[in-house]
Design a protein around this ligand. Structure first.
Ligand SMILES: [Ca+2]
Ligand SMILES: [Ca+2]
Length: 228
């Protein structure tokens, strides 16, 4: 029984690869995820791209969903992990990254960021994620619209947020001063979660409570983060 289930999963995965493979041929490989020395400005994490429920593995249905977003241009609100470069679209390169993650598995990356951050959790939209987590640098920058790259893994009751590089906006100069920000949508059943933020030098811990109303954070151990 287990063998047949594995074969079925392999067959489905191959079908998804067949959808994406023509794009793989013409698409360059994803860049390395190294931050430059100054300001940690670099490339976004390509961690577990298309892992819609952020559980650290990619199901065929998640790949198919990502292909649907790329094709139809909608549905990103329920699968933010499909947009690794945070430009609001799912590109062919990101689909290739998703297939690569499905084949190779997902290892959490090393944290790069080492900034002081503020945290805010709010209720998400009714049709998609019920928890919206906003991470922002305390420092503000003139004439910038930068984003923070994150890698998120949910292994109930723990949620790990690894902090990556600062990603320059493709929109050019916008009004400032602005903090660098990351918006993470989470679809969580009611309960209490151990929420960890991993920076280059420390790990901060919070208790996140979700009960159908407004989610809440309680500090457990924090050195570089604070609640808004
Ligand atoms: Ca998944
Ligand atoms: Ca994208």
């Amino acid at each position: 029984m287990r063998t047949s289930a594995t074969l079925l999963r392999l067959r489905n995965l191959l079908s998804a690869i067949a959808i994406v493979l023509p794009w793989v041929i013409i698409c360059p490989a994803a860049g390395h995820n190294q931050c430059h020395s100054f300001g940690l400005v670099g490339e976004p994490y390509s961690y577990c791209v298309a892992d819609c429920d952020r559980n650290g593995s990619i199901e065929v249905s998640e790949l198919v969903y990502a292909v649907g977003i790329a094709t139809l241009g909608e549905g990103l609100a329920t699968c933010g992990a499909a947009d690794s470069d945070l430009d609001g679209q799912v590109s062919i390169n990101e689909l290739v990254q998703g297939v690569g993650s499905a084949l190779r598995g997902c290892e959490l990356p090393e944290p790069h960021l080492n900034h002081e951050l503020s945290l805010r959790v709010t209720r998400g939209c009714a049709e998609c994620n019920n928890v919206q987590l906003r991470i922002a640098t305390l420092a503000r920058v003139l004439c910038r619209d930068y984003r923070l790259s994150t890698a998120v893994r949910i292994e109930q009751p723990s949620i790990v947020v690894v902090l990556g590089c600062v990603i320059p906006s493709k929109n050019g100069c916008v009004q400032g001063p602005d903090p660098h920000t990351a918006e993470v949508g989470l679809d969580l059943p009611d309960g209490a979660y151990n929420l960890e933020f991993h920076s280059r030098t420390a790990v901060d811990r919070y208790l996140l409570r979700v009960d159908g109303g407004e989610p809440s954070l309680e500090e457990v151990e924090a050195s570089f983060t604070e609640m808004e």
